[in-house]
Design a protein around this ligand. Structure first.
Ligand SMILES: *Cc1c(COP(=O)(O)O)cnc(C)c1O
Length: 394
């Protein structure tokens, strides 16, 4: 459609939409339609035969959704994008497309809870096994790969303790074995980290988080090679059916326009709150990728533009103290999810990571005193004032 724009801040507003094709409408029109009429029986035949381009039925394609898909593809620097009705619809479509019965997946040691649940289900139903790796060195990654390994699946930063994995290093090992690397880029968004530029093969998002940015949509996005995503669309998306609604695609197009501005503000606020948390006597450990004293800091400098908006911290105290801190807050919201305008805080051990067995939680440093903070867009002084009074009242 339109020509590729040079800068991210321009692409995020213009790519994939040409007002001339839409009666001059500045905003992308919402095509809230389930199906498309054919001008003749023969045209319907040609469309189904793939001999003529055009829309057939909204599970197979929709003009509003297409704008979103072209835009995210450009932002991640990939050939093609594909939108889904949730982050998990995106994760499951990609993993089902990449595997067959008896295959094996190597995963980062730390996965979104429902991704872990999906892998467990794939193991039970189809004998698709998985192993976790901290992926700290090439040797460590190589040692995990078996003849039946179908892909490497990575989250970085790892939720909730913000440990980083060197994507370029993992991609180099994967190339030796000719297997694809899939990256869940939800915590960074393409503004902070672009895994395809680092040699990875598929990048996916829970667009529910930073890409939507306003806490009003659940959606997923995938970007990768055109051949691969054409296949995903025609199999796991078309036939399993986890598509996005046109209205949700429309909301994401609207949300995306401010992604760089919002992310910079999330990062500015998180940097300020991180400094304050580090120096508070009731706080024991603080995990934030922009911490210069952290061993992962060189990876952060290489592969992420900034540290992002999520901080985790241990308080000096017990599970009850962690819960009391949440109950002491005046306007910060107790909620899971992240990337919204509102600052959200949650208790991983009893909420997002409650399904992780206690022993694995300990290995992942998810203590009963750990809290995860998604720093919002409010004035950082107000965010800190609320946290400070809640900590001081423990
Ligand atoms: C939220 C989240 C998901 C799942 O996305 P939904 O949109 O809730 O289905 C997957 N991965 C990560 C890292 C997430 O934070």
């Amino acid at each position: 459609m339109s020509k590729k724009h040079k800068h991210f801040e321009t692409t995020v507003i213009h790519e994939g939409y040409d007002a001339k094709e839409m009666l001059g409408s500045l905003a992308t029109p919402l095509f809230q339609t389930s199906t498309y009429t054919f001008e003749s029986a023969e045209q319907g035949e040609r469309r189904f035969a793939g001999e003529e381009a055009g829309y057939i039925y909204s599970r197979l394609g929709n003009p509003t959704v297409r704008v979103l898909e072209e835009r995210i593809a450009a932002l991640e620097n990939g050939e093609r994008g594909l939108a889904f009705g949730s982050g998990m619809a995106a994760v499951s479509a990609v993993l089902i497309a990449l595997t067959k019965a008896n295959d094996h997946i190597v995963c980062s040691s730390g996965l979104y809870g429902c991704t872990f649940g999906l892998l467990t289900m794939m193991q039970e139903k189809y004998n698709i096994s998985h192993d976790f790796s901290t992926m700290e060195t090439k040797e460590e990654v190589r040692a995990m790969i078996k003849p039946e390994t179908a892909c490497i699946y990575v989250e970085t930063p790892i939720n909730p303790t913000m440990k980083l994995i060197d994507l370029e290093m993992v991609a180099e090992v994967a190339k030796e074995f000719a297997i694809p690397v899939v990256v869940d880029n939800t915590f960074s968004s393409p503004y902070l980290q672009r895994p395809l530029d680092l040699g990875c093969d598929v990048v996916l998002h829970s667009a529910t988080k930073y890409i939507g940015g306003h806490g009003d949509v659940i959606a997923g996005l995938v970007v990768g090679k055109k051949d691969f995503l054409d296949g995903v669309q025609m199999t796991t998306q078309k036939d399993i059916g986890g598509i996005i609604s046109p209205f949700d695609a429309w909301l994401l197009i609207r949300g995306l326009k401010t992604l760089p501005i919002r992310l910079d503000r999330h990062c500015d606020n998180a940097e300020k709150v991180f400094e304050k948390l580090k120096n508070h006597p009731k706080v024991a450990n603080v995990y934030y990728p922009n911490d210069a004293s952290h061993p992962d800091y060189p990876i952060r400098k290489r592969q992420m533009k900034r540290g992002g908006g999520v901080i985790a911290f241990d308080i000096n105290g017990t599970k009850e103290d962690a819960q009391a801190l949440l109950n002491n807050l005046s306007f910060l919201k107790i909620a899971v999810s992240l990337g919204d305008a509102e600052t959200l805080i949650e208790h991983p051990a009893t909420m997002t990571h409650a399904i992780v067995p206690e022993a694995s939680r300990k290995e992942m440093k998810i203590t009963d005193q750990l809290l995860r903070l998604s720093v919002g867009l409010e004035a950082w002084e107000d965010i800190w004032a609320d946290l400070d009074q809640a900590l001081n009242n423990l």
